[in-house]
Design a protein around this ligand. Sequence first.
Ligand SMILES: NC(=O)C1=CN([C@@H]2O[C@H](COP(=O)(O)OP(=O)(O)OC[C@H]3O[C@@H](n4cnc5c(N)ncnc54)[C@H](O)[C@@H]3O)[C@@H](O)[C@H]2O)C=CC1
Ligand SMILES: O=C([O-])CC(=O)C(=O)O
Length: 339
Amino acid sequence: MMSLGRLSVSSVLRYGGRLLSTSSTPQAKVAVLGAAGGIGQPMALLLKQSPLVSQLVLYDVVNTAGVAADISHIETPAQVSSFEGPDQLNEALTGCDVVLIPAGVPRKPGMTRDDLFNTNATIVLKLSQAAAKACPNAMLGIISNPVNSTVPIASEVYKKAGVYDPCRIFGVSTLDVVRANTFIAEAKGLDVSATNVPVIGGHSGVTILPLLSQVTPSVSFTDDEVSSLTTRIQEAGTEVVKAKAGAGSATLSMAYAGARFAFSLLRGMKGESVVECAYVASNVTEAAYFATPLQLGPRGLEKNLGMGTLSNFEQQKLAEAMPELLGNIEKGVKFANEN
Ligand SMILES: NC(=O)C1=CN([C@@H]2O[C@H](COP(=O)(O)OP(=O)(O)OC[C@H]3O[C@@H](n4cnc5c(N)ncnc54)[C@H](O)[C@@H]3O)[C@@H](O)[C@H]2O)C=CC1
Ligand SMILES: O=C([O-])CC(=O)C(=O)O
């Protein structure tokens, strides 16, 4: 049976106040690159609590040892290891099954995600070069912005290294789905745990396209509701950037979303059929990379489920998104080929 990814602790048992693993899952080694950051720390915390993770590798260019010492005291089975700086990157990545990359600078008020390109493109380039060498078969989950461009960068790096498998490189757009589920459930009085909103396109502004015509459970909206909820979902990252007023962007909700995505990947890898939206190499539209619902499985992306039938509003929004998305992709490809 196919299930939708959702982060829960239902597979752990409470005993004497502790969270104990009840599962006999295969052993998975998961790395977080950028582990000392605003996303990296809470995401590592969530991963440490999961019975799906047997080894948790924490890597950053600063402060990794303290984060790793802290997290390693948690009474769950996952073994924590700590690596710091480029000299230790190859060792960190060796043998990894899943590599999550939240390394890079976040936005400040007034910036677009594309404004992060100059710094983060190089960081993702270097980290994906290392992953292509040390663990070419690992699933790669790229969180660093601008995701619309960093996924093409990593993909070009893997192509150059001769190890490219488009089914294993994902731009993590789970936070868009998480937000859409929250906002739609709130607006319509739905049970949020049973609400699912597919979000397609890319991960910035107008390229984020929630499909309100395909919400589960089926629900109707006025034209005004469709318009205002779509805008709120598209601008939700900016809402957090403004509220944090210079102290960064979403970290806690992103940690949740990143862990949810990692658990879906791991569940897929052990044979469950799980559906998550993510930004991947795609032939669903003219864009070479595009987010849609994906069926995940042992080899990563098992089947692209496409975008279904769009409403007139969604078709129009998709047409508006395409030039920006195509430009972001081209910029990433060009950068990777010149560096
Ligand atoms: N995909 C998504 O939905 C979201 C993406 N993001 C993005 O995630 C990224 C990280 O955000 P935060 O954790 O808030 O930033 P942060 O600044 O708190 O943490 C980033 C971490 O990356 C580390 N780092 C920098 N260069 C590195 C390198 N070469 N190798 C390894 N680590 C390196 C830093 O030392 C720092 O610990 C940003 O680009 C942000 O825009 C943020 C929220 C949502
Ligand atoms: O808005 C940002 O810069 C961070 C991000 O991608 C998000 O929160 O969706």
